[in-house]
Design a protein around this ligand. Structure first.
Ligand SMILES: Cc1cc2nc3c(=O)[nH]c(=O)nc-3n(C[C@H](O)[C@H](O)[C@H](O)COP(=O)(O)OP(=O)(O)OC[C@H]3O[C@@H](n4cnc5c(N)ncnc54)[C@H](O)[C@@H]3O)c2cc1C
Length: 473
């Protein structure tokens, strides 16, 4: 029976390949969660466009390589691809890294997103939940196959295990027991300005434009986020500040009450060309660089940015007239995570953890609130496969870096020794690590840029174009 099945599959692949895409003409993306040893096809910005004309049914996972949930999803998707391999080319299992490839046209709300595209019919896709078992995806795929290709024999058992002979990338493999763990204790806590700027850059150029449409709630979250960046980003360069202000003013000047992600992306691009806000930002992460490309990076830089915003926020005087008020920085962070952080699971965890706490009010409360939420995420993720072995997750800061941050106390009622977090000492430590004066910066000075920067700083907003003419006659 098996032989007949493989013969049928072979005949199909030999005779029925006309109109199917067999080879991806473009090179595979550089950072990817799947490799050549997988039956998952890694798509690119260009190759995904061909799905619309292809006769195959395509099951596509839209992911971002830094997203923990996407990394945990890899084994499931591999089983799905292995199990459906025998039905190629009628069905193909693919994935696209939306962190490096353009996915805007697909209106993804978060990652991972799983879609089945009907043959030759790109507008007609169905979206499947991202928490299913491999078996459910395969069952669903088979029912779609049955609809479009009723002639295929579908009696194969689940899962169809394709022997894997070659090694697969480290994302799914258990961490080898002999991995040298650099003890966290040995590293001092340091923050780099480039990591903060890279978080801003990635948020504005990649994450926010992923939103297909932004209406009132998203627009409000966007404004609060930009306001907080303008007011609270430490060491904010003049050109970055002007860039952010222009971006913040743009929808209101244009009278837009809603915008699309595409419009936002185009505007960011135009303003980037003019102000060059990231021209001095490093190409790669500095203290957020992982030991492998899928580790750390953007999520690490986002935490860094958020902590820096809370620490560098001026004390806010609330005139709340008895009404409950949330600190504007906390509001900006919640709004960003809830609306724009594309790792769906991360956003869900963060918001539900935040809901169990009282929303912070003063600047000190806000610093401590975020520190607590971050440690809650560290506790949940410690030892997870998504953890960088070189940077194990701990209840931060380590006792070596801040011995007084957590003390021990004997509880006579319970007869146990308890850990006591010292609020003021933690807040002071946070202020020291994330304070403007302690953030490391590179000394790269672009002379022409700094001339333009000082020009921009001195002339009225309406004459900004003159600086460009002055610099690039
Ligand atoms: C809002 C948010 C929610 C997330 N939720 C999830 C999730 O649900 N599932 C998932 O898989 N991934 C989640 N992530 C990603 C995850 O938390 C890490 O960012 C990622 O795994 C990279 O870890 P890292 O080792 O670079 O350290 P990170 O946890 O990113 O920390 C970056 C740096 O911040 C410092 N730091 C650590 N703890 C604290 C603290 N308590 N206070 C102040 N500074 C601290 C350290 O110097 C550390 O190196 C989330 C990220 C964000 C921004």
């Amino acid at each position: 029976m098996k032989k007949i099945l493989s013969l049928v599959t072979l005949l199909y692949s030999v005779f029925l390949t006309q109109g199917y895409i067999i080879d991806d003409p473009l090179p595979a993306p550089t950072v990817a969660l799947y490799n050549d040893n997988d039956n998952v096809i890694e798509l690119t910005t260009e190759s995904i466009k061909q799905i619309g004309t292809d006769k195959s049914i395509w099951m596509v996972e839209f992911y971002k390589h830094w997203c923990g949930h996407c990394q945990r999803f890899v084994p499931t998707w591999r089983i799905v691809a292995d199990s459906l391999k025998m039905y190629e080319p009628h069905i193909k299992v693919a994935a696209i890294n939306c962190a490096t490839q353009a996915c805007e046209d697909y209106m993804i709300q978060g990652t991972p997103t799983i879609r089945i595209f009907n043959p030759r019919n790109i507008p007609y896709w169905s979206e499947l939940p991202s928490d299913w078992s491999a078996q459910l995806y395969v069952t669903n795929a088979k029912s779609v196959l049955r609809r479009f290709y009723p002639e295929i024999n579908m009696n194969s058992p689940y899962p169809v295990v394709v022997p894997v002979t070659t090694a697969r990338p480290p994302v799914t493999t258990k961490r080898p027991s002999n991995t040298v763990k650099v003890t966290y204790e040995s590293k001092p806590d340091k923050v780099h300005q480039d990591d903060i700027e890279k978080a801003i850059q990635y948020a504005l150029t990649t994450e926010i434009p992923m939103k297909p449409h932004m209406h009132y709630p998203e627009m409000s979250a966007l404004y609060k986020f930009l306001d907080s960046l303008i007011k609270n980003t430490p060491n904010l360069k003049e050109k970055m500040k002007n860039f952010l202000i222009s971006l913040r003013e743009w929808p209101q000047i244009m009278g837009f009450t809603s915008i699309t992600g595409k419009q936002f992306k185009e505007r960011v691009k135009e303003l980037e060309e003019f102000y060059k806000p990231f021209s001095q930002t490093a190409e790669d992460f500095v203290y957020c660089k992982g030991s492998d490309p899928q580790f750390r990076g953007y999520p690490c830089s986002l935490w860094t940015l958020f902590h820096a915003l809370t620490v560098n926020a001026e004390s806010v005087v609330f005139q709340n007239h008895g009404m409950a008020v949330v600190n504007p920085v906390a509001e900006a962070i919640i709004g960003y995570v809830d609306n724009f952080f594309s790792c769906k699971d991360c956003a869900r965890h963060f918001i539900s953890a935040a809901l169990t706490m009282i929303y912070p009010y003063s600047d000190k409360d806000t610093i401590f609130w975020l520190y607590t939420l971050h440690n809650e995420a560290n506790r949940r993720l410690a030892g997870d496969t998504t953890e960088d072995p070189q940077f194990p997750k701990i209840q931060w800061p380590s006792s070596k870096n801040c011995p007084q941050c957590v003390t021990e106390r004997y509880n006579y009622m319970t007869g146990r020794v308890e850990r006591v977090i010292q609020f003021q000492i933690v807040v002071d430590y946070m202020k020291r690590i994330y304070g403007e004066e302690n953030i490391e910066m590179n000394n790269l000075i672009d002379e022409q840029e700094s001339l333009k920067e000082s020009c921009l700083a001195t002339i009225p907003i309406t004459q900004r174009e003159q600086c460009n003419k002055l610099m690039f006659p």
